[in-house]
Design a binder for this molecule. Sequence first.
Ligand code: CMC
Length: 393
Amino acid sequence: TGAVTYDPGFMNTANTKSAITFIDGDEGILRYRGIPIEQLAEHSTYLETAYLLITGDLPTKSQLENFEVSIQERTLLDESFKRVFEAFPRDAHPMAVLQAGVSALSTFYQDSLDPFDTEAVRISTARLIAKMPTMAAYAHRVAHGQPLMYPDNNRSLIQNFLRLMFAFPVEDYLADPLIERAMEQLLILHADHEQNCSTSAVRLVGSAQANLFTSISAGVGALSGPAHGGANAAVMKMLDEMRENDISPRAFMEKVKNKEDGIRLMGFGHRVYKNYDPRARIVKGLADEVLERLGVDDERLDLAMKLEEIALNDDYFVERKLYPNVDFYTGIIYRAIGFPTEMFTVLFALGRLPGWIAQWREMVADPETKIGRPRQIYTGETKRDYRQLSERT
Ligand code: CMC
């Protein structure tokens, strides 16, 4: 088996070849299938970007229409599946509910589980993209004791999702097109990020030939962690706490630099970007636009900008190449639209879904794929004898 390399966190180990997402962390560049993220955020839609990531190319008009229809007709959940959502406790975290929901797809939709059947994978892909927004909104509704409304398939996926989230009791709720577009752009910005923790989890589980739903549920689980997708909610909590306790940005930054209680400036730093995260730049612009449109004057945006300004001019952050990441400003937009903090990471999951699917499919199709099985450096005792319970003190 040869020598084992010790590489905690896989800082230097490539587990796969991939043609999906290109990142140059030093230059702050992100491209899906070669297309710069800035162009996609400006011109593309969530479903078109999903198609691009999954198939490798932008769709023609008819390809896009077929893809959209295949998704739009699958947004409803089996009636008994709805009851699963009603069974969760009200105070359950929506990420936990979402993960359970995604996992349960394997029980309700057993005809599309075979990873090596192209048609089954096409259907499970459409099912996931269609049903995740429904499940996400149900996770929210359950927490608020609201009825689980049916999706309205005459609407776009995003309008549908916003209605399922916010239409209570007004059934004909229609989101402002600017808000719909901002949501669309945020989802595009999150759609893939090569071999991040949740994507690696999806690939690792999938490498054992587990089905797509099960693999994606592992991704949702990984994303819930505060060092990963949970950071967007953690940023909001950090800003809220600063406001409530009247902590000035400078005083807070001193605590961060002194690593007091291990606190970090959430929404800052990235394993790959050692420059301004290109997504953060776009999100910051969006935050201005959305807040202005909604007439929201959020002190937290000023606070965040102040923290950023201090960081960009402080040796601690400069030396460690810590810049705002995608999550630094997203929460401010989500809050302005009306999402509660615990839903922020769920929105990240909706965004990341096409990337997870694309990466899983690339892995399944790759003849070089092997079951993921990291090695270890064993540090325990080499050998010792079992002692009877009566001999142990
Ligand atoms: N605030 C203060 N110090 C930091 C921060 C931060 N946000 N991030 C890193 N550092 C320091 C860290 O203490 C270490 O310092 P030292 O060399 O003195 O020990 C140095 O920078 C290197 O940090 P690291 O933890 O070794 O870097 P990493 O690549 O393992 O971690 C990270 C990357 C994203 C987990 C980390 O930067 C972090 O915890 N950031 C805050 C959480 C966050 O915003 N996460 C979202 C990431 S972007 C969205 C996503 O992909 O999920």
